[in-house]
Design a protein around this ligand. Structure first.
Ligand code: NAP
Length: 255
């Protein structure tokens, strides 16, 4: 029996990497998928993959930094598809530059990363709150090992700050929405091979080595490695789980 039958799952950044894998995984478990992405081409490809496998998916173009658009799209989704019962706040960016670098670059990194990774999570969550309350829904936020650590991941102050923020927001939402039957949890991926870090992996093998030296399972993750935890947190398997983060990091935080 599929685990997400009768659910409607909205996933931001589902046009690539981890978001696409979660979208395909949720569709396999019977959910109808709402792909929310700023990248229309990637979003359409995710829709094609889901449809080809016999699932259902709709695409809505959304830049998560646009609060007004998030509310408009949330209303449109409710009208055209139905009330969303699972929201995955996955869209995110990263850049690795030292805070001691050129001011203009430091300011741009800070503004872009905080806008997408923190404000975006708030914008989309707030926009879908009526639907999530109606359905006693589940929110899954994508954190990171950088929701906890920074020392081995230098030159990414804004990203570390943003992912600590995602974890804080996860706990706050769990505390505040529990009385409505809405659960909120996070996933903390380790190094997962996606377009997000393709350039860093290609240009900085030392960074990859540092990650793998601290990864007991001895390999980088694939987007598919995040699907199991994401299904667990969206399904009734986790009906008494809220306010926590499931690390999917090959054991990175243990050493
Ligand atoms: P990815 O392959 O780059 O996918 C991210 C998706 O989000 C892309 O489709 C991107 O579109 C979209 N996006 C970016 N900005 C957006 C915006 N303002 N509004 C809507 N969509 C937007 O990255 P990923 O590795 O799968 O990352 C997904 C999440 O996992 C992120 O939150 C990331 O921080 C987190 N994470 C990743 C890793 C890792 O090692 N990969 C580790 C820990 C946590 P464009 O292509 O047009 O930018």
């Amino acid at each position: 029996m599929p685990l997400l039958t009768n659910h409607i799952a909205a996933i931001t950044g589902a046009g690539s990497g981890i978001g696409r894998a979660i979208a395909e995984g949720y569709a396999r478990e019977g959910a109808r998928i709402v792909i929310l992405d700023a990248d229309p081409e990637g979003a359409k490809e995710t829709q094609r993959l889901i449809t080809a496998a016999g699932g259902k998916a709709d695409v809505f173009r959304l830049d998560v930094t646009d609060r007004e658009a998030a509310h408009k799209i949330a209303d449109e989704v409710t009208t055209k598809v139905g009330p969303v019962s699972i929201l995955v706040n996955n869209a995110g960016i990263n850049r690795r530059n030292p805070i001691t670098g050129d001011d203009a670059a430091v300011f741009k990194d800070w503004d872009d990363i905080i806008s997408i990774n923190v404000m975006g999570v708030f914008n989309v969550t707030h926009a879908f709150l009526p639907a999530l309350r109606e359905t006693k829904g589940r929110i899954v936020n994508i954190g990171s090992i950088q929701s906890f650590v920074h020392v081995r991941t230098p030159n990414s102050a804004a990203y570390t700050t943003s992912k600590h923020g995602v974890l804080g927001f996860t706990k706050a939402m769990a505390a505040e929405l529990g009385k409505f039957g809405v659960r909120c949890n996070a996933i903390g991926p380790g190094l997962i091979e996606t377009p997000l870090n393709a350039q860093a992996r290609a240009n900085n093998p030392e960074l990859v080595r540092i990650f793998l030296d601290h990864t007991p399972l001895g390999r980088p993750g694939k987007p598919e490695d995040i699907v199991g935890p994401a299904v667990f947190l969206a399904s009734d398997l986790s009906q008494y789980v809220t306010g926590t983060i499931v690390m999917a990091d090959g054991g990175y935080r243990t050493i």
